[in-house]
Design a protein around this ligand. Structure first.
Ligand SMILES: [Cu+2]
Length: 149
């Protein structure tokens, strides 16, 4: 009986290893697609460190869903608010402590990551800014260029 049980377990373990290798292979393909022009998922990583966006220039295409991964390596909260001038003007005088209702207005808590997916339909130059007090003046600003499809 014991020998039979062992024999049944072995194929299970092998199947698990094979599944992992397949998953890693697919992840590699997805990563390659991210920077390629054309269709397919697009992911943009924006690390945050020392109250700056370490990636402060991003170019994407209109009409393509883009997943932004915001990684806050600081011990304090930050925001990632993207939009036209009027959006930023509103937030400069705004009092919302936390943003959670819009994919273009994201709070990134200290030491965490936030993920948001946005499809920009209108080509143009946009800014992403952290509107917590003093952060914009300190330089927590980035530029998002959306080109025509
Ligand atoms: Cu900030």
């Amino acid at each position: 009986m014991a020998a039979t049980m062992t024999a049944h377990r072995r194929p299970g373990r092998l199947a698990l290893v094979g599944g992992l290798a397949l998953a890693l292979g697919l992840a590699g393909i997805a990563a390659a697609w991210a920077d390629a022009p054309g269709s397919g998922p697009v992911t943009v990583e924006i690390p945050i460190r020392y109250s700056h966006y370490e990636r402060n220039e991003v170019a994407i295409r209109a009409g393509v869903p883009v997943t932004f991964v915001l990684r806050n390596g600081d011990p304090i909260d930050h925001e990632w608010i993207v939009g036209e001038a009027a959006v930023h003007e509103r937030h400069r005088s705004g009092t919302e402590p936390v943003h959670a209702s819009s994919p273009t207005e994201v709070t990134v808590a200290a030491g965490t990551s936030a993920v948001t997916t946005v499809t920009f339909t209108k080509p143009g130059m946009y800014l992403y800014i952290c509107h917590l007090p003093g952060h914009e003046a300190y330089g927590m600003v980035g530029t998002l260029r959306v080109t025509g499809g």
